[in-house]
Design a binder for this molecule. Structure first.
Ligand SMILES: *[C@@H]1O[C@H](CO)[C@@H](O)[C@H](O)[C@H]1NC(C)=O
Ligand SMILES: *[C@@H]1O[C@H](CO)[C@@H](O)[C@H](O)[C@H]1NC(C)=O
Ligand SMILES: *[C@@H]1O[C@H](CO)[C@@H](O)[C@H](O)[C@H]1NC(C)=O
Ligand SMILES: *[C@@H]1O[C@H](CO)[C@@H](O)[C@H](O)[C@H]1NC(C)=O
Ligand SMILES: *[C@@H]1O[C@H](CO)[C@@H](O)[C@H](O)[C@H]1NC(C)=O
Ligand SMILES: *[C@@H]1O[C@H](CO)[C@@H](O)[C@H](O)[C@H]1NC(C)=O
Length: 519
């Protein structure tokens, strides 16, 4: 009897031990992989509590670290560093890092954000063949998006925002069968957009803002699930894109769209946000956009929209923000825009009969409307070419003047330096050799490093000339240019001046000055 009890107790213990080890324990090789990742990332503070005794599958997830396991294997890994994390040290190897990552073969979700990762993204990341979500935003990854990613048949979200990826969006992107989120904003991608984007039947979110794309947007009208399209700040156009009517957010601002709006726009019944600002749209402004059933944000500022507004036009009840400024509209501001004080409404620099001083005389709008609307195409082109030439010359002249000023200032500082060496030693050590030249042109890197030397200061403080000089190796052109693309060169100039001047300077001017090799 006692013996039977004893043996059943032993059996119970064995079963319990088996159960515990079976359900809770991570394969030890995967735990080692995580510790290796921690080391390769140079022990970021987010991973400070990881050590060889950590039970990775059973730690509380938090905003910076989440590990999810399923059947002894890691299926999700999220590591989010501090915003503005600088580059990892020179001995970091993206290749070793990704080789280590593929030691977690069952990963479905991988988020590696703000960790200072730098280098070209190795194609072997595609050995993580179960990946469904890949988010490597806010790092310093450069060169082309590797083709191997096209083999990730389960990939639903590809998020490469805020890196330095260059070259064109590859045509193979259209062959990812279940892709629903493609977000590539704030990179240095260029060229025209591939037609294959129109094959991504599952696409819901397409964000390509802040790159250097040009040309017409491919036909996206068959993307019946597309809800968010953000193309801000590229050089796309001139034709309004062909789109489905399920859009919730459509942002086309800061591009080269020029032709009139198609009538379909007024059928986007789910549209909440419409931003067409800072393009060259012509033709009548469809007033009924104000009464789209879902619209909350409508910005058409800085175009050449014409037409007469009526006081009796109705507005959507949810409308919160309307900007009609700097167009060629005439007539009366709709009463509904003025009734609700929570609503922000901007309409300066039109020819509206508001009695405010910020409207142009009606003749100006009528004349300009004639000029953009009625003159034959050829003359119109000529006129715009002239305007472009004017802009180019203005840009060059402005650029020369600005560069000249800086040159004088630098000389002045240099001559002062001969007497007294300033004690700024902010980044001399890291700006020297060691990193590949693709990285030197990245102004974010420089300003990050500057921030390091000036802990506690806000990111966009004004930098002294000495600091900028140190950062740019005495404005040495080799520090600017590297072997990167033209895009990278432009980028640094914009940002350097941004940082240096701490006011938002027109990047157009600076892009022109770089194209014309003023340095
Ligand atoms: C990189 O070098 C630092 C010392 O400069 C060292 O502490 C670190 O372990 C090295 N990292 C790697 C991944 O070798
Ligand atoms: C989040 O969790 C990780 C490890 O699980 C830990 O190292 C880190 O300190 C935690 N961060 C916060 C803000 O609690
Ligand atoms: C590992 O970390 C835990 C808590 O994060 C700590 O209690 C423990 O002492 C550490 N173990 C080692 C070997 O450092
Ligand atoms: C990528 O991950 C970061 C950090 O979790 C998150 O803030 C961001 O929204 C993600 N991007 C997308 C497009 O999901
Ligand atoms: C609004 O007023 C204009 C003229 O003032 C008129 O032609 C138009 O029919 C009115 N529209 C509505 C919807 O009442
Ligand atoms: C796009 O960028 C790549 C590399 O950055 C460059 O080689 C190529 O000429 C650029 N293409 C266009 C069309 O500007």
């Amino acid at each position: 009897m006692a013996k039977a009890f004893q043996s059943s107790a032993i059996l119970l213990c064995v079963v319990l031990v088996l159960l515990i080890s079976g359900s809770e324990q991570l394969q030890s090789s995967q735990g080692e992989t995580l510790l290796r990742i921690q080391r390769l990332l140079n022990y970021p503070s987010a991973l400070s509590s990881w050590n060889s005794t950590t039970d990775f599958c059973n730690t509380e997830p938090n905003a910076s670290v989440t590990v999810v396991c399923y059947e002894n294997s890691i299926t999700q890994l999220h590591i989010i560093g501090n915003k503005g994390t600088p580059l990892l040290p020179r001995n970091f190897s993206i290749d070793s890092f990704v080789t280590t990552l593929v030691g977690l073969p069952n990963l479905k979700v991988l988020t590696l954000v703000s960790l200072g990762l730098w280098g070209p993204l190795p194609g072997k990341i595609a050995r993580l063949s179960s990946l469904e979500i890949l988010n490597v935003s806010s790092n310093f990854l450069y060169d082309a998006v590797p083709q191997e990613i096209s083999s990730l048949a389960a990939l639903q979200s590809l998020v490469l925002d805020d890196n330095m990826f260059a070259d064109e969006v590859p045509n193979w992107i259209g062959s990812l069968p279940v892709l629903s989120v493609l977000s590539l904003k704030k990179n240095m991608l260029n060229g025209s957009l591939p037609d294959s984007l129109g094959n991504l039947d599952n696409l819901r979110v397409l964000v390509l803002s802040h790159n250097y794309f040009r040309g017409e947007v491919p036909d996206l009208s068959s993307l019946t699930n597309l809800q968010v399209l953000d193309l801000e700040d590229n050089a796309l156009g001139p034709q309004f894109p062909l789109l489905g009517n399920k859009l919730i957010s459509l942002v086309l601002s800061k591009n080269k769209f020029r032709d009139g709006l198609p009538a379909e726009v007024t059928s986007y019944y789910q549209l909440q946000r419409l931003d067409l600002s800072s393009n060259k749209f012509v033709g009548p402004f469809p007033q009924s956009l104000l009464s789209l059933p879902s619209v909350t944000y409508l910005n058409v500022a800085d175009n050449k929209f014409t037409g007469m507004l009526f006081e009796n036009q109705s507005c959507s009840a949810d409308l919160e923000f309307v900007d009609l400024s700097s167009n060629l509209m005439t007539g009366q501001l709709p009463n509904c825009l003025l009734q609700d004080s929570k609503r922000k409404v901007l309409y300066a620099a039109n020819c509206l009969a508001t009695g405010d001083g910020d409207q142009h005389p009606i003749s100006l709008c009528l004349n300009e409307a004639l000029a953009v609307g009625i003159l034959p195409q050829r003359q119109k082109r000529k006129a715009s070419k002239e305007t472009i030439a004017f802009g180019v010359i203005g840009g060059i002249v402005g650029g020369i003047a600005f560069v000249g000023l800086i040159y004088l200032a630098v000389r002045k500082v240099k001559s002062r330096k001969a007497i007294k060496r300033p004690n700024t030693r902010l980044i001399a050590e890291s700006a020297s050799t060691g990193y590949p030249s693709n990285l030197l042109p990245d102004a974010r890197y420089i300003s990050q490093t500057m921030k390091l030397g000036a802990l506690g200061l806000p990111p966009y403080r004004t930098f002294s000339l000495e600091e900028v000089e140190e950062a740019t190796n005495n404005f040495d052109t080799s520090a600017f240019m590297g072997e990167g693309s033209q895009g990278q060169v432009m980028q640094i100039r914009c940002n350097i001046f941004f940082v240096f001047h701490s006011v938002e300077l027109s990047c157009d001017t600076l892009i022109l000055s770089s194209e014309h090799e003023l340095f």
